[in-house]
Design a protein. Structure first.
Length: 288
């Protein structure tokens, strides 16, 4: 049996998601033009698409083909893009570049950037409901909207960003860093599991195992982000991170432990979860 080729898998799935995003975002020449331009600017260039790719992989484990989950996958990526635009604002992290180009608010101004985030969030809710209808599961729409709200709202990204801002310039405990990460970084990883799972016939224990996987991978992703940023000047320069708190070696050990726990949670799925195992290892060893 040939080994799983993660590079080809990520490339093909990224192309699928990129094309789907292009098709679902409003046209740049459609009124309000600048807002739609900013939505596309924030969403279409440079993203790794790990969260929507994770969503498609979860759907496949539950027997739903990737083409049938693209609305939900795009909704998750649009929510992620919206969170990055907000994260970069002068009143937040005050960043000037994102993905090697000017941030959305630098290019379009703060007001338009904020309106673009609202447009992306609104469209993401429409897309998950549309996906439920398209799969003949209209009764699932409310549950999917709930999960999307859970990921973005005060139980998710909003809470994590608020805590992150409050910890700036302080010396937080490891527990405080983990709490912020669970809400800011892990929230959309969990949405990328719960939303597609809600469109499948996966059992409760199977969903619980996937949620455990996503919790550990989301935390590991944030720690590897901190490791990649270690020693670089950035808008987070005055913040304590997992890398500064644990040290480089300690942070790497923590990532290895989290990925081991994540892959262990997948034992119930046997070969069906090979893409998720490979994605977890990718998070552990990524260099970008």
């Amino acid at each position: 049996m040939p080994s799983f080729d993660l590079h080809d898998y990520l490339a093909s799935r990224k192309t699928l998601v990129d094309n789907a995003l292009e098709a679902r975002l409003p046209a740049a020449d459609e009124v309000p033009r600048l807002v739609h331009e900013a939505m596309r600017y924030a969403s279409l260039e440079g993203g790794k698409r790990l969260r929507p790719i994770l969503a498609l992989a979860v759907g496949e484990i539950g027997g739903v083909a990737p083409d049938d989950l693209l609305d939900a996958a795009c909704a998750i990526e649009m929510l992620h893009s919206a969170s990055l635009v907000l994260d970069d604002l002068p009143s937040m992290d005050n960043a000037t570049t994102r993905r090697d180009r000017p941030c959305t608010h630098v290019t379009y101004g703060e007001a338009t950037a904020i309106l673009a985030t609202m447009g992306l969030v609104a469209l993401s809710f429409d897309l998950v409901a549309r996906n439920a209808d398209g799969l003949g599961r209209p009764d699932a729409a409310g549950r999917l909207v709930h999960e999307l709200s859970r990921g973005m709202g005060t139980g998710g990204i909003v809470c994590g960003q608020h805590i992150d801002l409050r910890l700036s310039g302080q010396s937080p405990s490891l527990e405080q860093l983990e709490y912020a990460c669970e809400h800011k970084a892990s929230a959309l990883f969990l949405a990328a599991i719960r939303i597609p799972a809600g469109l499948t016939d996966l059992s409760g224990p199977e969903v619980a195992a996937l949620v455990e996987y996503g919790t550990h991978v989301g935390m590991a992703f944030q720690i590897t982000d901190d490791l990649l940023d270690a020693g670089e000047s950035s808008e987070d320069g005055d913040k304590e991170t997992f890398a500064t708190h644990l040290g480089t070696d300690g942070a790497r050990e923590r990532v290895a432990d989290l990925i081991a726990q994540a892959t262990s949670a997948l034992n119930t799925f046997s070969g069906r979860a090979e893409p998720l195992r490979a994605l977890a290892e990718h998070v552990k060893t990524r260099t970008v």
